[in-house]
Design a protein around this ligand. Sequence first.
Ligand code: ADP
Length: 474
Amino acid sequence: MSSSTRVGAAACVAVLAGIALVEGGQLPPWGALVLGSAAVLVAAHLELRRLDGLRHFVEGLVRDAEAPGGAGAAASGAGAAAADAAGRRAVRLLAQAGDAIGRLAAALDGLAGRLERRQAQLRGANEQQGAILAAMAEGLLALDRERRVVHVNDEARRLLGIERPVPPRTLLSELTRAPAILRAVDDCFDDGERVVDEFQVAGRDPPCVLLVTASPSPLAEAGAPACVLVLQDVTELRRLEQVRRDFVAAVSHELRTPLTSILGFLESVLDDPQLDVERRQQFLGKVQRNTERILAIVSDLLDLARIEGSQTLELQPVSLGLLAAQCVDACREQASQKQIELVLERGTVNDAVEAEPPSVVMALSNLLDNALKYTPAGGHVKLALGGDSAAVYVDVIDDGPGIALHEQERIFERFYRVDKDRSRALGGTGLGLSIVRNVARRHGGQVAVHSRPGQGCRFRLSLPRHPRRPVARS
Ligand code: ADP
């Protein structure tokens, strides 16, 4: 029954009832008219209230549909009818009546359901996008045309040193004053092209170098991101590049000296055919010694490159005491030539470790070679084993010249020698201890020195019994 039919029917019933009452003398003749009019008014009022309920419901739908689809919408208790469950129930009641208002209510109820599903999909997509942006290793900032922040991820806040959440529509200039970032954004807006810049963040200790990339957004429109800023922490990358440059310079320098000598002596021999045999032999001897020096440097460099270059360690269960014994046996001749007493004390410690035997032998040989090299004739060199449940160590102890405290950390750097001439005269390359340190670190262990000038040295190479995985190279 339509609403107008219902109003008409109510009026008819009221008029008929009125006529009956007039005929029964219970009402004056105009009473039927009044009764009919009142019935019409009440019925019309009720219909208007039904329509009003629908109007409220539609207004709620429009409000929800216009709410931004972002997290804010979700947080504001989104969902068209979900926000107004009572209104939804009322509409469903209205829909049960089969009249025009009921059919309209049913159509609106269906629309609300579709809107709810669509908003749930949008919320899901938003959450997924947020999770991806939050997991990015790079810092990301999206800006609108007015340079207000539309989105900022956690990494960007970390890199810019912002601890609190960034309120929506914050100006970029309120977040950072880094000139390189502001300039990159300005240039990106001016030229409409990607701008890349790099800068050192002011006042950071340790220093932090950031790479900034400002790209114009292809989706730029009112309120949407117009520029996307990506921030990358390239501090470690730049440090490694510097280390590589320094290393290449140091190697070139180390090789140039013996090569220049070789060239000089060869020229002297070639330019003077009358050179007496003794001088000639002397010059050629120097050529030979410099060539041996170059070979020693190249051989140590290759060892270093092999340790640093290997992705994995070929670990196997070994006895550290047995490896130390092999090294001692290989050096017996060198020790006896210098009349140095060489002793190995394996003790009773359980010396089982998981290690890569060739690397450990290389490290121990370098320590032992140094001890024999720098200890004067008639001195003493001892290898002693020790350990606990987590690690096993070998101490290489000598009673040579010792090393001053301020030199002790530097001796592990590549090509660093306390006394260059003495090291060169003894055939040193300045790479031995950095090989030892690399082997120790790759196993997750360490090497340390205890020494006082004039009182000898004790180098301790300590290896974990069960290394977890190869540790990053230095
Ligand atoms: P080198 O090839 O010159 O020995 P290393 O890297 O093995 O290079 O050692 C670096 C420096 O540490 C050496 O040049 C030397 O000055 C010092 N050094 C190492 N071991 C000893 C030691 N047992 N006694 C005294 N000085 C040592």
